[in-house]
Design a protein around this ligand. Structure first.
Ligand code: SAH
Ligand code: SF4
Ligand code: F3S
Length: 478
């Protein structure tokens, strides 16, 4: 009898999106209400994010769907539904997930009604899914990066069928708009402008797990920005793996610089950030728009990866050392108060001490405000994984330590330059160590701690920077 209801419900589902998911959110809501009555408490759901800003944005969408279906959001993994949104950019991200799964299993043994789901980039790798299927039988639901919008349908299926449900797509050309999303902060928010990546840097797995580049229509992005502003959002971060190639594949092409200009016209949105900018196609038009528009934050993340032209070529980055240095110098000249940050990989196959010295040379010439440094991680299926001359671990570790020291020394020096100035800070929360202080973010992305109360959270306030602590400031409100 119940089987019949289930089959009829599946048959009645609309074909079109987002109507289909709205239908399943309705069915799931009924099921969640039923289970809440049966268990004697409202069903709770916990999502853990392991990856980048795009991963975090996906988690907000997934939580939006779960809340719409009647789940109560929780930070505790002792919840009725736990979802891990995974990352696979470096091997340590994968190892963290496997480690935590053991802990989830122990929770499930205490509470067999608990449901466990995995999604995100790691699940796009067939070997991972095989391992989950064989050795992690307690997992109930597995899906990838292309079908997160289907969470309500997949979870409804899992809860009614009872066995492990796996749904992974190889790719998609679809962008589903108008589904719910639950923001982590009321005053700031990430906004996807494009999905996927076509660059195929030879070390990187992202193009394989996130699929081909797709831009959202500017009208959809602007509509979302207006809605966010009306809802109290002051700062947005436009998200894409390579925002500089935004809009190239649209029926009516539009440049990223142009999109930024349009975004800056949205009343109520007071700050605009973006991630990530690939040096190979950063236009003069973009530099001019950043320079001339005060709403665009004084921060540019411009991943270098390596300072050696030979290694950059092997990485398929499509720029060389001189081009990168010229670009950085041009940007610093046009926008002197801009904070420039970067990503650097050490130990790419074939990297010699001379190559590494070239990286140090760029670091010293550009003088980054901060830099994320990574040890090269071999990703199965990427061209670099098959390259000879993988660099021995102790050599990489030594280079990594030397690079980190240099980067930290320079950023501490850079941070001193604004002491004494008064700059606007968006207050993000209470200081975690001192209840008399709040923490705010400056336009250049550096944090400042200063006396304040919970009432200041979400406000943009002028703050005098009194002291530099290396990579953040102590200040006072003026
Ligand atoms: N699209 C962004 C980067 C996304 S991944 C860009 O092109 O800048 C974030 C960072 O992870 C990269 O900039 C790179 O520095 C690092 N990364 C990617 N693959 C890696 C690997 N296999 N090993 C080590 N670091 C890696
Ligand atoms: Fe990876 Fe390169 Fe794409 Fe960035 S641009 S996501 S590093 S392939
Ligand atoms: Fe990781 Fe996927 Fe982002 S691999 S870095 S979560 S796009």
């Amino acid at each position: 009898m119940e089987d019949q209801v289930y089959t009829d419900n599946m048959k009645r589902a609309p074909e079109e999106e987002p109507e289909r998911q709205q239908y399943f959110m309705g069915l799931l809501r009924e099921l969640v209400r039923e289970k809440s009555r049966e268990y004697g408490h409202p069903l709770t759901a916990c999502i853990q994010t392991f990856g980048c800003q795009m991963n975090a944005k996906d988690s907000e969408k997934l939580l939006g769907i779960l809340e719409e279906a009647g789940f109560q959001a929780s930070d505790s993994e002792a919840s009725d539904f736990v979802l891990y949104n995974t990352c696979t950019v470096r091997d340590n991200a994968n190892q963290r997930v496997y480690g935590r799964l053991g802990y989830l299993n122990s929770l499930k043994q205490k509470n067999p009604r608990m449901r466990i789901a995995l999604c995100g980039c790691m699940m796009q790798e067939p070997a991972v899914v095989e391992r989950i299927r064989k050795s992690y039988r307690f997992v109930d639901l597995v899906f990838g990066t292309h079908n997160i919008y289907k969470l309500a349908e997949l979870l409804y299926r899992q809860m009614t069928e009872g066995h492990m449900v796996i749904d992974i797509w190889q790719g998609t050309d679809k962008i589903v708009e108008d589904l719910p999303s639950q923001r982590k902060y009321p005053f700031k928010c990430g906004v996807n402008i494009m999905y996927g990546c076509n660059n195929f840097c030879s070390y990187c797995i992202v193009p394989y797990v996130r699929g081909r580049e797709r831009s959202r229509e500017p009208e959809d992005i602007l509509r979302e920005l207006h809605a966010l502003a009306e809802d109290g959002v002051k700062e947005v971060m436009l998200l894409g793996q390579n925002v500089n190639s935004y809009g190239k594949t649209l029926a009516r092409p539009m440049s990223f610089a142009n999109l930024l200009e349009e975004a800056a016209k949205v009343p109520g949105i007071e700050r605009i950030r973006f991630m990530t900018s690939h040096p190979k196609d950063l236009s003069d038009e973009l530099i001019a728009v950043m320079r001339d528009c005060p709403k665009i934050c004084r921060h540019l993340h411009l991943p270098l990866q390596s300072g050696s032209s030979r290694i950059l070529k092997a990485m398929n980055r499509v720029y060389d050392k001189e081009q990168y240095l010229a670009l950085a110098a041009k940007i610093q000249k046009e926008i002197p108060d801009l904070s420039l940050t970067t990503d650097i990989i050490v130990g790419f196959p074939g990297e010699t001490e001379e190559d590494f010295q070239e990286t140090l040379d760029v670091v010293r010439k550009v003088r980054y405000d901060s830099a994320f440094t990574f040890i090269y991680s071999k990703r199965t299926g990427t061209p670099a994984a098959a390259m000879e001359d993988q660099v021995p671990e102790p050599v990489v570790k030594d280079r990594f330590d030397r690079l980190l020291k240099e980067v930290q020394k320079i950023s501490a020096e850079r941070c001193k330059k604004d002491v004494g100035k008064t700059l606007d800070a968006l207050v993000e929360g209470m200081d975690t160590h001192d209840p008399a202080l709040v923490t705010g973010r400056l336009s250049n992305n550096i944090m400042v701690h200063f006396p304040g109360t919970g009432e200041d959270i979400g406000k943009i306030l002028p703050v005098k920077l009194l002291e530099s602590k290396g990579f953040y400031y102590m200040g006072e409100r003026v």
